[in-house]
Design a protein around this ligand. Sequence first.
Ligand SMILES: [Zn+2]
Length: 337
Amino acid sequence: MTTAWQEIVGHEWAVNLLREAIVQERVGHAYLFTGPRHVGKTALALRFAQALNCEAEVAGRPCGQCRSCRLIAAGRHPDIRLVTPEVSSRGVPTLKIEQIRELQHGLSLGTYEGRWKIAILADFEGATPGAANAFLKTLEEPPRGVVLLLTASEADALLPTITSRCRVIALRPLPTAQIAGALEQRWETPVARARLLAHLADGRLGWALQALEDESLLAARQEHLALLQEALSGSRVERFALAERLANKPDALPAILRTWLSWWRDLALLAWGGREDQISNVDAEDELVRRSRRWEREAILKALQQTQRALWQLEHNANTRLALEVLLLVYPRAEGG
Ligand SMILES: [Zn+2]
C-alpha cells in the first residue's frame, strides 16, 4: 500500500519505527528527533502528525489526501501546533516561557477534530531555562490524547530530565548519492546540479531543496569563493584592505567563513589522501587537487584551524576586523594560481 511516508527520503528505520507505533497502537507521548539542521527532523515530525490523525485505513496512513492530512500539510490543522524559537534582537533563536504557557493552555482544551492533539516544538535547544522547566511539567503529566514532538540538534543540548522522558529518534545525515538520486528523480534536477547540491548538502536534504528553490544561496557561495581567491592571491597590503571591507558586512560574514571552512576542509581531506568524490566543493575539484599538491600540509591545517577560530570569535563578539586580519595573514599565498 502506498502512503505519504514514501515521500520521506531516507531515514527508513525511523519511518518504520513510527509506522509500527501507530499500527500496534503503542504511540509514545513524547518523541525527540535529533540531527543536524535541515536533515529532515521537522518534516518527519509533521509526517508522523499526519499519520496520527489521518482518516484513512491504518495501513494506509498517512494518505496525504484526506482533510486532516491536507490541513496539516497546509499548516492549518486546529489540533497541530508548531512552536518555533523566535529570533531575539541579538540574532539568537529563543523559545520563551510565554510560548510554552500559551501552548500548555491550548493543550489543556482537548481536541477539535483530530484523534490526537500534537505539539511540535522545533529547535528545543533554544528554550530558555524557564521555558524548559515549564515544559517539563507537561512532559511529566501530559494531558490525555496529547503527543509531544521535539526537535533538537542533539540530545545532549537538552536537560537530561527532558531527554529521558522522550523516545529519542536520532537522524543521521543522508548519503550523498541518495540525495543526488532523489534530486534527479523526484525533483527533476539536472545531473550536474544535483551532484553539486548533494555534495554541498553534507547529508542534509532540506538544505539541498532550499538551495534548489532559492538560487541566491548558490550565487552567494560563488561570491564567497571569489573573495577567498582574492584573499589567497592578495599581497599583505591587499589582505588588510580585504579584511577591512569584510568587517563592514558583519551580517554576511558567518556564511562567508563557513564557505571558506568547507573549502579548507576539502583541501585538508585531499592533502591527507582522501578521494575526490568525498569533497563538498565538487565544482572546484581541479583547483583543490592542484593546491593540495602545491601547499604544505601544515599550511593547509593552520589555515583550516584559523578559519574555525575566526568563526568562533565572531560568534563570541570578538573584534571582527582584528580576527579577519589575523585569519588572512595565516592563509598561504597562491603564487600565480
Ligand atoms: Zn490522510
